[in-house]
Write a protein that binds this ligand. Sequence first.
Ligand code: COA
Ligand code: ZN
Length: 309
Amino acid sequence: MLLPDIVKIREVAPRDGFQSLKVFLPTKKKLLIINAILDANIREIEATSFVSPSAIPQFKDAPELVAKLPRQSITYAALVPNLRGASDAIKAHIDRLVVVISATEAHNQENVRRSISESIADLDAIFALARAHETPVTGSVSVSFGCPYQGDVPQKDVYNLVNAYISRGATSVMLADTTGMATPNRVEHMVVYFQDKFPDINLILHFHNNRGTAMANLLAAIKVGANSFDTSLGGIGGCPYVPQAAGNLPTEDVVFMLEDMGIKTGINLESIIKAAHLLEKTLGYTLPGQVMKSGPRDPRLAAKIHNLS
Ligand code: COA
Ligand code: ZN
C-alpha cells in the first residue's frame, strides 16, 4: 500500500460545527476556540459562513469575526451560498471562498432555496469578483455520495458541478458526504474517477459520520491518492438541512491515526486534544471525538491530558 508522506487538513468546526448550534456562540468564544485550534498548528480554517442570518443565525457575526481573526500566515475560508455572500466575504477580507451547491435539486432547494441552474447562474459573477480581488475559490459539491431526499446521486450530476467550478477557475474542489452515505468502495471509485478527469485539481474530501463509515472512507481515499481532507474539532458538525445530521471526522482522531501511520499532518496532537476539551467545556456536552477521551498512545501524555480535562 503506497501512502502519502503528507496529508492536508482543513479545520471546519467553526463553520460546519457551529452552524447548527441552537444557541448563539458569542464572537469572543468563537475566537477562543479558533485560537486554541491555531495553537495546534492548523494552517487552514473554515471560519464562518456569509449566509442569510434568517437561515443560519449563528453566523450573523461573520464580518466582525473575520475582522478579529488572528493573522499569522493562516488561510481563513468562508462558506458562501450566492453572489451576495461572496461579495460580503471579500469585503471582509476572507482569504478563500468556499462556494456551495448541492448535486441534487432537492437538497439545493432545502439548503439555498434555489435550483441547481439558478445557483450555477451566479458562478460567473462570483468567480469574476473573486478573480478581481485575487481570492481563490473552492467549489463544494454537497451530497456528492448520496442525498437524504433523493437517495443515490448519479456521478454525472457531481461531474457537472465539478466541471462548472473548474471551468471557471476553481483552485480546488470539495466532494462532501453531507449525509454520511459514503462507503469505502464508493469513495475509491469517486476519487479515482475525478483524479482521472481532472488530474491537476486539488480534490478535498469532506466526510460525515452518520453511519460510522467516515474514518474508513478517509483511509480508502488516501489509499488511492487523496491527500486533502476536512475535519472538525471534537467531531462536531452537520448540515442543518439534513434529517439526523451527524458530525464530521474529529480532527484529533484523524491526526492520531495518520501520524501513527507515518503520515504527517503538521498538527500537534496534544494541542488539538486540548482544543477539543476547551470546545467541549464551551459547548457543555460530550463531543463525539474518541481520541479526546482516550488520549494519545504515550501513557504519560494520556494521563497528563486526562488530568487536564
Ligand atoms: N448573506 C446575508 N444575507 C443574504 C444573503 C447572504 N449570502 N443572501 C441573501 N441574503 C438576504 C437578502 O438580502 C434578503 O434580505 P432582505 O429580506 O432584508 O431583503 C434575504 O436574505 C432573503 O433573500 P433571498 O435571496 O430571497 O434568499 P432566501 O431567503 O431564498 O435564502 C439563502 C437563500 C442562500 C440566502 C439562504 O438559504 C442561506 O443563507 N442559506 C445558507 C445555507 C447554509 O449555510 N447551509 C449549511 C451549509 S451547507
Ligand atoms: Zn459538512
